[in-house]
Design a protein around this ligand. Structure first.
Ligand code: 6R9
Length: 659
């Protein structure tokens, strides 16, 4: 089992929630937390029934809470109907909060735009009406390939208002990745922008859509709607391509939300698994909405005056649950940000927190680690140069946070006053699963602490039996929960196989290794499958390997992760070329070619940091690549394992040399 964060297991500092955080909190004490857990344990059905009735606006009430008759294809609130957009927008506009600011948008260049709930609803309705006029309706699928913007949220909300299932593709993914998703999801609509802007640079988006179309298979797409972000040039197909501003022009600001069944697919989001092809994680409408809302209330202790900021991109699950849905359903004012943490300098986050008086800040360990480095190098950009007194809660997501980064976040950013919620969850879980509650849970640096009420998290061995405290094992969820993945789009067999292996007694297998300490706290030890976590982004080693071997020069490739100070893990690729093993300048040139190739095949985040060439790869007699050995070699450590089974031990020597 990977032991990337072994050091945290000796962590013994405990930080009780400050009294100010507990006063008036949604869950303000361990007693309150335990009471909710007990309610869920003793009356599972009743607990979820109460939450769904108290938190959601239903157009048709549900009678059955959970239908397990076709497990693991669970159905939640199955005969109920609602509309997610009505729960995120109309609810507040009708409920007296129409003029509350919904989104404070800050662009890469610092320009700020604010939009109230009333205005947001108006724009969502205009677009929904425009889409309706183009013939889009419930059951259609739309691909969204957009930069961070108010428009991206408007497009997502407009889709769900009509019952159109969306699939957002991160703007950093390549044309090829985009094309695969357009085809797999069977999209009839693509919404994109001319370009995106990051750190003062423009990056084309619509041209990538053109490239994707040129690869074929996209014939089902009737329209490409383009948001004009920069005015950058793009090809234009008359009749197919439309400007977003033209689609909404003259449309009414009222559009009745289309009620959908609770289980109607709200969105499909692709994520990496242990085989080459990304999985289309399918989420349902009601259960997902309930959990994104409830976790915003609980984990972030949402209060009416909060200014909440999640720095994720809407292309990831965090940007779905904690930008596009949860905070809106909770009626919060939130910051949406287009740029990068280091532009115009590494003080960008702190400056924005000070200017917008952010109370709740949610970011990734990789960003924290890079800002620790940056502020050491340029003290002018360090958090202590900014007024961060508005902060009340700090959040972390995407990968284990190392205790050093945790302590810096706690002291330097949070002024030792703000609870840190280290939220463990996944694309598949829809929302937080294991996390501290800011007003209740004593925290320990590096632990995501305890499961939320209703979440039956446990650690088991390969037979599904609970492991003893202190022993490592597979992290599983023993009971279904409303926001769980419903299916892998178009591949129910893979869904069952990946998440509910028969030997694990029907438990949901998360794919992470974990351990519990004497207080029952969870410590996540990293993935147990061939999935890497680079800067909080999931990446399958097989995905990168298939990209590499599709290059005409490459005969064979093996990819492993290596611990990295900033990005958590880094991609290391071991490559055998069809021709001779390159050396010197030639090796450097080929390595660059391969890096660019991977960026083109998948996206820049997948680029190997380190490429090493060998005449062969270390293999067992049966021809299996010995990845364990490669992990050791990638770390630059000496191989102490027995290598007598290797055909050709001197290749280890070759592979230990970076280009
Ligand atoms: C939300 C998100 C999921 C994987 C997950 C785990 C890692 C996420 C974590 C964490 C330790 C945390 N992960 N949060 N590990 N502590 N607080 O990141 O979803 O992109 O699907 O990644 O990320 O390995 O299995 P996703």
């Amino acid at each position: 089992m990977p032991n990337a964060i072994e050091s945290v297991l000796v962590e013994n500092r405990v930080f009780p929630p400050p009294p100010a955080a507990s006063a008036g909190a949604a869950i303000g004490s361990m007693d309150a937390y335990k009471k909710l857990c007990l309610e869920a344990e003793q009356d599972f059905d009743g607990f979820w029934r109460r939450q769904a009735n108290e938190n959601l606006v239903w157009s048709k009430p549900f009678s059955q809470v959970l239908d397990e008759s076709n497990a693991p294809f669970y159905r939640w609130f199955g005969d109920g109907e609602l509309n997610v957009s009505a729960n995120c927008l109309d609810k507040h506009v009708q409920g007296g909060n129409a003029d509350k600011v919904a989104i404070i948008f800050e662009a890469d260049d610092g320009k700020v735009d604010k939009i109230t709930y009333r205005e947001l609803l108006g724009r969502v309705c205009q677009l929904a009406n425009g889409l309706k006029k183009l013939g889009y309706k419930k059951g259609d699928r739309a691909i969204i390939y957009m930069p961070m913007s108010i428009e991206a949220v408007v497009v997502m909300q407009a889709c769900v208002r009509l019952g159109v299932t969306h699939s957002v593709v991160f703007g950093g993914f390549s044309a090829k990745s985009l094309q695969e998703r357009i085809v797999d999801v069977g999209a009839t609509l693509v919404v994109t922008a001319d370009e995106q802007v990051r750190g003062g640079k423009t990056i084309p988006l619509k041209p990538a859509v053109e490239e994707a179309f040129a690869m074929g298979g996209c014939d089902a797409v009737r329209q490409v709607i383009v948001y004009r972000r920069t005015g950058g040039k793009t090809a234009w197909v008359e009749g197919r391509d439309l400007w977003l501003h033209d689609v909404v022009a003259g449309q009414s600001e009222q559009c009745d939300p289309v009620p959908v069944e609770a289980e109607h697919p709200l969105f499909i989001l692709y994520t990496s698994g242990s085989t080459g092809k990304p999985k289309g994680v399918q989420h349902a409408s009601a259960g997902y909405l309930l959990w994104s809302l409830l976790t915003v209330k609980w984990t972030f202790d949402a209060r009416p005056d909060d200014v909440y900021w999640c720095t994720a991109d809407v292309g990831w699950i965090t940007g779905h649950s904690y930008i596009a849905y949860g905070p809106l359903a909770a009626g919060l004012t939130q910051v949406v940000f287009e740029g990068v943490p280091t532009y115009p300098n590494a003080g960008r986050f702190w400056d924005m927190i000070a200017r917008h008086k952010v109370t709740t800040f949610y970011t990734a360990p990789t960003a924290i680690r890079s800002l620790i480095k940056a502020s050491a190098a340029a003290p002018d950009t360090a958090p202590d140069r900014y007024d961060l007194s508005s902060l009340r809660i700090l959040g972390s997501v995407g990968e284990p946070i190392n205790p050093e980064a945790w302590m810096w976040y706690h002291k330097t950013v949070g002024g030792e006053r703000c609870p840190i919620v280290d939220t463990w969850w996944q694309t598949e879980t829809g929302g937080h699963m294991i996390t501290p509650l800011p007003g209740a849970t004593p925290t320990k640096p590096g632990s995501c602490t305890l499961p939320l009420p209703g979440i039956a998290a446990a650690i088991v061995d390969e037979t599904g039996a609970d492991v003893d405290q202190g022993n490592g094992g597979f992290l599983v969820i023993k009971k279904p929960w409303p926001a769980m993945i419903r299916n892998i789009w178009g591949d129910p067999e893979r869904f069952k196989k990946s998440y509910f292996p028969p030997e694990l007694r029907g438990y949901y297998l998360a794919g992470d290794g974990a351990q519990r300490d004497a207080d029952g706290y969870f410590w996540i030890m990293g993935r147990i499958d061939d999935v890497l976590n680079v800067s909080g982004h999931r990446l399958g080693t097989m995905e990168v390997e298939s990209a590499l071997v599709s290059h005409p020069l490459v005969a064979e490739a093996a990819v492993v992760g290596r611990p990295d100070d900033t990005t958590g893990e880094a991609v290391v690729a071991f490559v055998v070329l069809k021709g001779a093993r390159p050396e010197g300048d030639e090796a450097a040139a080929v390595a660059k070619q391969l890096r660019d190739w991977v960026a083109k095949e998948i996206g820049p985040i997948a680029k190997p940091k380190d490429i090493r060439f060998g005449e062969n790869l270390p293999k067992t007699r049966s021809g299996k690549i010995m990845r364990r050995l490669l992990r050791v070699v990638a770390k630059g450590e000496e191989v102490t394992q027995d290598v007598s089974t290797l055909e050709n031990p001197q290749i280890l020597d070759q592979l230990s040399k970076s280009v």
